[in-house]
Design a protein around this ligand. Structure first.
Ligand SMILES: Nc1ncnc2c1ncn2[C@@H]1O[C@H](COP(=O)(O)OP(=O)(O)OP(=O)(O)O)[C@@H](O)[C@H]1O
Length: 315
């Protein structure tokens, strides 16, 4: 059964009718941890605001927990938890006051649903009398999650919950989400961090208001069609340009301290053992040598979600 159904949603802004969400359709299964992955401006927040009944789409339909986002908006508001990217906490209220406030708004008490938030709340309880504005990023995020959960929602929408949070808190946060999922809460979470995509059951890759793919992350990675190499040398900028001109190149782009080079899979096996010497590596090394890169290191690499995203964008 599906907890969220989005069918042909279109949303534009302003007189110019700038397209923010372009004919988007997808469904999220009950109990699923579903990720909306895409860069800034992709349309993630707009979709969240539509699904939490804060915005009305220009056209298309959507339902959450079986209720229509327009006709049944009140029922949806009782059933969803929403952690917006910004401004979800009252900075001048303490940790405890924020939580009590959100509980009261939903006609419940902290005590009534304490079991659900206990794991998370105990981590911020030592600071319960501190004003929210004086908490660290990680602590704010935990409090905001408690506030979004306090009325025991069946579907939880989290808009970029880990943006601006340190790597350790980010990891802890995802562990918390996995535990919530075990309690049968459907979670839709957006993130611009591609590495977080692999922690979801399924992900929708979104760009410019369009969905490029909806699949489990491992399937997206498995269906990557090209051969991918990581190339390292001094002067990444020149290296990228040089590799773009290589005859077999499909794409070449900076990837951390490496350049990722995608080439046509041709006759080489798609999954060469990582330590197996690949004829193509020799060819690339020779090409780079001819072009003045004396110490370039070339190795085969497995695609990440980010590589798949780049591939989908260039198709
Ligand atoms: N209130 C608004 N008025 C006009 N345009 C808007 C408004 N809100 C969003 N947009 C535009 O709609 C597009 C999608 O924005 P949206 O905020 O949904 O994306 P996002 O993926 O959540 O990115 P971000 O993380 O930057 O918020 C962008 O081009 C954005 O500039």
């Amino acid at each position: 059964m599906n907890a969220v159904i989005v069918d042909s949603i279109i949303k534009t802004y302003g007189k110019e009718k700038d397209l923010a969400v372009s004919n988007v359709s997808f469904a999220v299964k009950k109990g699923e941890l579903f990720g909306l992955i895409g860069p800034d401006g992709a349309g993630k927040t707009t979709l969240f605001r539509i699904l939490t009944t804060l915005l009305i789409p220009d056209s298309g339909t959507a339902s959450v927990d079986g209720f229509d986002i327009v006709k049944d908006f009140r029922k949806i508001r009782d059933r969803v938890g929403y952690m917006p990217g910004k401004f979800s906490l009252y900075q001048d209220l303490t940790v405890k006051e924020n939580l009590s406030f959100f509980a009261t708004v939903f006609g419940t008490t902290i005590k009534q649903n304490y079991e659900l938030i206990k794991d998370i709340y105990t981590q911020i309880e030592p600071f319960k009398n501190r004003r929210a504005g004086k908490l660290s990023g990680g602590m704010k995020q935990k409090l905001a999650l408690c506030c979004a959960l306090i009325h025991k929602p069946s579907v939880l929408f989290l808009d970029e919950p880990t943006t601006g949070v340190d790597p350790v808190s980010r990891k802890e946060f995802w562990q918390m989400l996995r535990r919530l999922k075990e309690q049968d809460i459907t979670i839709v979470v957006s993130t611009p961090y591609m590495d977080e995509a692999t922690l979801c059951d399924r992900i929708a890759l979104i760009q410019n208001g369009r969905i490029l793919s909806v699949n489990p992350p491992e399937e997206i990675i498995h269906s990557y069609p090209d051969l991918l190499y990581a190339v390292k040398s001094e002067n990444i900028y020149h290296l990228v340009n040089c590799l773009k001109d290589y005859e077999n190149t499909i794409s070449a782009y900076a990837f951390g301290e490496y350049v990722h080079l995608a080439i046509k899979s041709g006759v080489s096996p798609r999954h060469l053992a990582m330590n197996e010497k690949d004829q193509k590596i020799d060819d690339i090394e020779q090409y780079l040598l001819r072009n003045g890169f004396k110490n370039a290191v070339v190795r085969k690499t497995e695609p990440t979600i980010e590589d798949c995203f780049i591939k989908l964008l260039s198709d």
